[in-house]
Design a protein around this ligand. Structure first.
Ligand code: G1P
Length: 273
């Protein structure tokens, strides 16, 4: 059973400067809610019970958001505004936090979750990508596939050729509709990507991934790349890819951020995830 999830939220948010100098990218508002809260909701609706958020020095706002504010609760009660208490109800999940002291990359951030995870499969959700489900939650789609095949499973989507250089890209072998064996994976291929299936920030891992992360040398950009650990592990254990159903929005891209907000709460946006 996949009960635990890691959400890495330690990055500087360079793609969304200057606001991310003071506001964590994960806290960018979407109709009054921080982006991160959509990811937390997806995790909970997919059956996750414990979440480890990897933060860094400037991310205390995330801890505050998921903590009680007794002062605010008292104020709302005193001022006869108790109907607003539901707006600050905490999600029904256990949170833990760890700080990443050095910006050594995504793989290093996930490695910090080793003790939290222990010896069970776990999920990773990258908070840049908000995916609005058609029916089943994106993470639940992956969990169901993991439960069937019992191997590392990454969420992918088809992208245009010029986009692929910004993502991890898998070399797929079709199993059945939307389901693939991952023969290989390449981080941000600058030329000749192995397919048009890009990794979109949802993963289920066997805990053995930590052995691979621990033995990695810095990869692209001098960082410990999660993709490199997935690649090495795929040589030893059959690994999988699943085309996730749902609408993806990368909130670090202004156009997609605006599109998401319009989609959810614009003049004609009635859709609530
Ligand atoms: C990371 C991963 C990459 C993945 C992407 C999805 O890259 O390294 O494989 O495709 O997230 O958003 P980043 O966007 O952090 O550079």
């Amino acid at each position: 059973m996949v009960r635990k999830a890691i959400i890495p939220a330690a990055g500087y948010g360079t793609r969304t400067l200057p606001i991310t100098k003071v506001l964590p990218k994960e806290m960018l508002p979407i109709c009054g809610r921080p982006a991160l809260d959509f990811i937390v909701e997806e995790a909970i609706k997919s059956g996750i019970e414990q979440i480890l958020i990897v933060v860094s020095r400037s991310k205390n706002m995330i801890l505050d958001y998921y903590d009680r504010s007794v002062e605010l609760e008292t104020y709302l009660e005193e001022k006869d505004k108790t109907h607003l208490l539901k707006e600050i109800t905490l999600p029904d999940v256990h949170f833990q936090y760890v700080r990443q002291s050095y910006a050594r990359g995504l793989g290093d951030a996930i490695l910090l979750g080793k003790h939290f995870v222990g010896n069970e499969p776990f999920a990773v959700l990258l908070p840049d990508e908000i995916i609005l489900p058609h029916e089943k939650q994106p993470l639940k789609q992956l969990i169901d596939m993991y439960n069937e095949y019992q191997g590392n499973t990454v969420g992918v989507k088809q992208l245009e050729l010029d986009q692929l250089k910004n993502y991890g890209v898998i070399k797929p072998e079709l199993l059945k509709s939307k389901e693939y064996i991952m023969k290989d994976i390449v981080e941000k291929p600058q030329e000749s990507p192995p397919s048009d299936l890009a990794v979109i920030g949802r993963y289920i891992f066997d805990p053995a991934i930590f052995n691979y992360l621990e033995n990695l040398k810095p990869g692209l950009g001098g960082e410990i790349q999660l993709t490199d650990a997935i690649k090495e592990m795929a040589k030893d254990y059959t690994s999988y890819g699943l085309e996730i159903e749902g609408m993806c929005f990368d909130i670090a891209k202004t156009s997609e951020y605006v599109e998401l907000i319009n989609y959810i709460c614009g003049p004609r946006g009635k859709h609530q995830p």
